[in-house]
Design a protein around this ligand. Sequence first.
Ligand SMILES: [Zn+2]
Length: 234
Amino acid sequence: MQNRRFFIKSSILASFALFSPTIFASKRKKYSKDMLIGKEKIKLYGKRYKMQKEAYLALEKMKKDALVSGVRIYVVSAYRSFAHQNKIWSRKFNTFRAAGYSVKEAVNKVKEYSAIPGTSRHHWGTDVDLADYNKKFLNNKVTHSKYLTWMDENAHKYGFYRVYTNNKFRTGYKYESWHYSYRNISKPMLEDYLKLDIVKILKNEKIAGNQVFTKDFLKQYFTNNVLGINDYLF
Ligand SMILES: [Zn+2]
């Protein structure tokens, strides 16, 4: 898998924004640009949290089965639109700026855990942040809880995989024990996402700190963060 990932990364670096569609040629339906960057009003399911139907049903089944084993899964965050991600991004950016960080430093601090709007997997309705109901906060230090053990052993049976793993070779976001992706849909969505000209797309958006979003910065961000994921999700 490392080789395949290296191949994919090399291809993207070699032809950034000119990604060869033949590499991922398939007959399935294509996802629109607006859907992939969280700007399309897509059909979502759920009340407290929202996801695409198949992912939502899989998560509800997982929650139900976990409960039988005495594990209560709490959904912290699921689908987020571009506008929603932009609010999160701005709030964190402004906090760092107020604390005296430069624009570049603030951007770098925010992107340790948060995606630039338009690049979040939460836009897809396939990714979700989960926690132990008894804790209700995102904590990667709770390593021995019954909740995490159950998730490690069972989440994949429902199609959910950690994205930002503890693998020391992974780049980009820090380890997120809480972020899961419903692979069945997010994998083809990633394939289509990789074909977008994300540099051009982000240049036309109002995002705090975007004066430091040069082509080189975005290329590096894209390589490290968007591609810095669990190999199994490619
Ligand atoms: Zn997340």
